[in-house]
Every structure is written in structure tokens, then in C-alpha cells.
Design a binder for this molecule. Structure first.
Ligand SMILES: [Zn+2]
Ligand SMILES: [Zn+2]
Length: 141
């Protein structure tokens, strides 16, 4: 599976499967994406490789989380948790191919934008939620 930023200068590929995919409705996701919510994927960091544009990256940190952006188009491409170091967080909009996975749940649903209601059948967690697959990945360390 491959992905890239909006100008195409930064590209990555993923050698393994995505662990989980979800929508996050928290206010940080809303503000940082400029959209009503984020669609995010978690994969194993060891499966993630930049294939182009490493020199175009810049990053910001908040708490133990570091987020990487393209210097040219300012799109964010991936994020890593400094503490666990196991997972990589990918904004699904960067995907260039079908990830062979669908969104599995909504989290921080109680914090969603007032103009958004989601009418799918997926679980909607009021606050944070970690999927069983993610917890298993963390335990595998
Ligand atoms: Zn770019
Ligand atoms: Zn969020």
C-alpha cells in the first residue's frame, strides 16, 4: 500500500496490514485537519517506510506525539507516539491505493461538530477508544 502528501513530494509505502481504521471527532482533529472529523489508520511502525521526500518533512510535537508534515504543501502525512514507538498514525486521505480495510468505529463522538451526525451502523464511542487489534499489537511488543 502506498500514500503521499497532496503535492506528491513525500511518498510512503506500507509493507504490512493496517491494524485499525476509524473516525476521530475530537476538537484537535477538527482544528488540525480543517475538516469536520479525521479518518485515521494505525499500522505497525516497522512496516512504514518513506519512499521519497524525506528532506521535505517538518514536524511538530504535542505531548508524546510527533506529527510529520510536507514543507511544501503543509499536508500532514504521518505521526508517531514517542513513548510506545510501535505504531504509526496515518491520515487516510493520504492513501493512494485501496487499503483493503474500512472504517471500524467512531471515537470522541460526543465531541463531534454540531453540524455532523453519522448514520452508519458502526460503534460510536463517546470518548477515546482503542480497538482490540490495536491493544493486541501493543501487547506483542
Ligand atoms: Zn507535499
Ligand atoms: Zn482526534
Amino acid at each position: 500500500m502506498t500514500g503521499e502528501c497532496s503535492c506528491g513530494k513525500v511518498k510512503y509505502h506500507l509493507n504490512g496490514d493496517i491494524v485499525t481504521m476509524y473516525c476521530c471527532h475530537c476538537s484537535k482533529c477538527r482544528k488540525s485537519s480543517g475538516s469536520s472529523f479525521s479518518t485515521l489508520a494505525i499500522a505497525r511502525l516497522k512496516d512504514f517506510h518513506l519512499s521519497d521526500g524525506e528532506a521535505c518533512l517538518t514536524s511538530t510535537g504535542r505531548d508524546d506525539f510527533r506529527q510529520y508534515y510536507c514543507k511544501h504543501c503543509h499536508a500532514w502525512i504521518y505521526g508517531v507516539s514517542v513513548k510506545s514507538g510501535l505504531g504509526v498514525l496515518l491520515p487516510c486521505g493520504t492513501f493512494s491505493e485501496d487499503p483493503s480495510k474500512k472504517i471500524e468505529f467512531h471515537k470522541y463522538y460526543e465531541s463531534r461538530a454540531s453540524w455532523v451526525d453519522i448514520n452508519d451502523e458502526l460503534p460510536k464511542y463517546a470518548e477515546d477508544h482503542n480497538s482490540p487489534a490495536l491493544l493486541q499489537m501493543l501487547a506483542e511488543s
